[in-house]
Design a binder for this molecule. Structure first.
Ligand code: FES
Length: 585
């Protein structure tokens, strides 16, 4: 990378404090490295590259990481570095209860502390399954060492009776058809057997594809890395190239703070919008920007959404899957197609500008990656709503809902928590119709806890049988990036801490207007005040362990749900009062 910094000398490497010092502790470091079969000449004076690997038997999306890590190591060796694999907790989206979001910040802390406490000169982060991408990058941002991200890559398209299946999206679709009695249990099992048929993350434009694409736009990967399907041999090649590149980044001392700017985050948000990306990207990008010392608000998403068309025709908003996206030119071609909506002068980890990294990229199928003159949706891929029901904001994805709900008023049917909803939703006597507004309380960061992806609230069975496939639904939960529907999400403040959502009662009228960006509870101020005075704070959800730390420090969705003590200004404030980080010896 062309910087004004002088190229590092071997004795200036951070790892020199472990391996190069002439004291008894460094004897211990070297002798134990020798014990693993390495000679001094293998590592002395060479960049030590920590490869943070989130492989796990329980994470289907990362099953190929055992092999990929060897390919990254090969690149590090070839470039004259010393690769050290460091396993970190895996956040397996389909397996972890109540939600991986509860543990995003724990993986971020683990990443930061692994890098801090071991002799890492630079790192390659291996992730892709939903929260792993923001978690790894958040932790690395707080350490600010030379950092690259190796995305897991999407899995192959699913297959069912000659049709392509999309992760998540087709699960919701066929689950609704099963509940409506339109498919059999045998059909449902065929969907189960064919929807995830290779390593890699979800292959719709869900949270995984959204966040790996955002990581590439921010500059953490080599160009084109995020779109390559996991089983493709070009994915393995990319792993080796990444291993080579990180060694050079260490010598040139290129840190995230050298290439990340507010423009980089605007580019990431714009790309997410143009891709029809996941609503989850909002909490993650806000948190990542904060770790980088950049102020990104949820309102910035709304501002950019008003002028950004959705041009990627990918499920859940569109028709195709990530494999099609890759064959159509992938993220580089998409970014080229976005034209002047993207700031091409933003720098990337390989020392080139974004414009240089996408130069020459071509679209090979303009139904998958549309021209801006023929977008899937002209604007408003995401929208931020406010009103007396969500004073600090709420999110909706207009691109993936029925248009009749763009302006809607209906009668609330309230469920006080997830169990209440499951117990009563399919009751044939439930007083609900297609114009009702389904409300779920206690599903936010503290209330659920962990703000799970419950926000695509199920449609009652009796309405499914009548052919209803979308309704206005409101909660303080998140929604899977693979979900769709008229779902108002991330209502802030959440109900568990006394947000207005806690005060809604069945029978109240709720009005939403996407054009006006409003969501309101239609009760009088007097009634509002009366209900607020009667509200009682529920008991905390945890009384021991990590959960107590989580509840004490988790911030609300509009702040990115990071822990307050991990934000840069908190670290600086601690340092100013004599606290801060200890010197490592
Ligand atoms: Fe891992 Fe969807 S289950 S990305």
């Amino acid at each position: 990378m062309t910087t004004t910094k002088a190229r590092k000398k071997p004795e200036e490497l951070r790892s020199h404090r472990w391996y190069g010092a002439k004291d008894m502790r460094s004897f211990g470091h070297r002798s134990r490295t020798a014990g693993m079969g390495y000679h001094r000449s293998d590592y002395m004076g060479k960049p030590v590259i920590a490869i943070i690997n989130t492989w796990s038997d329980i994470n289907t999306c990362h099953t190929h990481f055992k092999q990929r890590v060897e390919e990254i190591k090969r690149g590090v060796w070839q470039a004259g570095g010393f690769p050290v694999e460091m396993p970190a907790m895996s956040l397996s989206e389909p397996m972890q209860k109540p939600t991986t979001m509860l543990y995003r910040n724990l993986l971020a802390m683990e990443t930061e502390e692994l890098l801090r406490s071991y002799p890492a000169d630079g790192c390659v982060l291996m992730g892709g399954c939903d929260k792993t991408t923001p978690a790894l990058i958040m932790g690395a941002l707080s350490m600010n060492l030379p950092t690259m991200f190796m995305p897991a890559g999407p899995m192959l398209r699913g297959d069912y009776k000659g049709k392509f299946l999309g992760s998540g999206s087709d699960t919701w679709k066929y689950w609704a058809e099963l509940r409506a009695g339109n498919i059999t249990e045998d059909d449902w099992q065929e969907v189960e057997d064919g929807i995830a048929r290779s390593p890699g993350h979800c292959m719709t434009m869900g949270t995984a594809s959204t966040m790996t694409s955002a990581a590439e736009v921010l500059g953490f990967t080599l160009p084109g890395a995020a779109s390559i399907p996991a089983p493709d041999s070009r994915h393995a090649q990319m792993a080796t190239l990444t291993g080579k590149a990180i060694v050079e980044m260490v010598w040139e001392d290129v840190k995230p703070s050298d290439f990340l700017t507010a423009a980089s985050f605007d580019n990431a948000v714009t790309a997410v919008l143009g891709l029809g990306g996941s609503t989850n990207s909002i909490v993650h990008l806000v948190a990542m920007a904060k770790r980088a010392g950049i102020n990104l608000t949820i309102d910035r998403f709304d501002e950019l959404a008003r002028k950004t068309p959705v041009i990627a025709n990918l499920r859940p908003s569109g028709a195709y899957l990530m494999e099609d996206f890759y064959y159509s030119g992938g993220l580089r071609a998409f970014l080229a197609q976005m034209g002047d909506l993207i700031d091409g002068s933003a720098m990337q980890c390989n020392g080139k500008t974004l414009a240089e990294n996408i130069a020459g990229a071509k679209v090979y199928n303009d139904d998958v990656i549309r021209p801006r003159s023929n977008p899937l949706v002209a604007k408003d891929g995401l929208a931020v709503l406010r009103g007396n029901l969500a004073p600090e904001g709420a999110i909706i994805k207009p691109a993936a809902m029925e248009k009749r709900f763009y302006k809607h008023q209906g009668r609330a049917v309230v469920f006080t928590d997830y169990n209440d909803m499951n117990a009563r939703l399919d009751d044939p006597n439930l007083d609900i119709d297609a114009d009702s507004v389904i409300v779920l309380q206690s599903a936010g960061p503290q209330g659920a806890p962990g703000m799970p992806e419950w926000g695509q609230l199920p449609i009652p069975q009796k309405l499914l049988k009548q052919g209803v496939r979308d309704m206005l639904r409101i909660s303080d939960a998140r929604m899977s990036g693979t979900s769709y529907g008229a779902c108002v999400l991330h209502v802030t403040p959440e109900s568990h801490v006394g947000g207005p959502l806690a005060l809604v009662q069945t029978g109240d009228l709720i009005a939403m207007d996407i054009e006006a960006r409003t969501v309101d509870l239609k009760i009088s101020d007097e009634e509002f005040a009366k209900r607020r005075a009667a509200w009682k704070a529920p008991a905390p959800k945890f009384t021991r362990g990590y959960g107590v730390l989580y509840l004490k420090h988790i911030q609300q969705a509009d702040k990115g749900c990071d822990f307050d003590f991990l934000e840069p200004d908190q670290v600086q404030a601690a340092a100013a009062t004599g606290g801060g980080e200890p010197e490592i010896h």
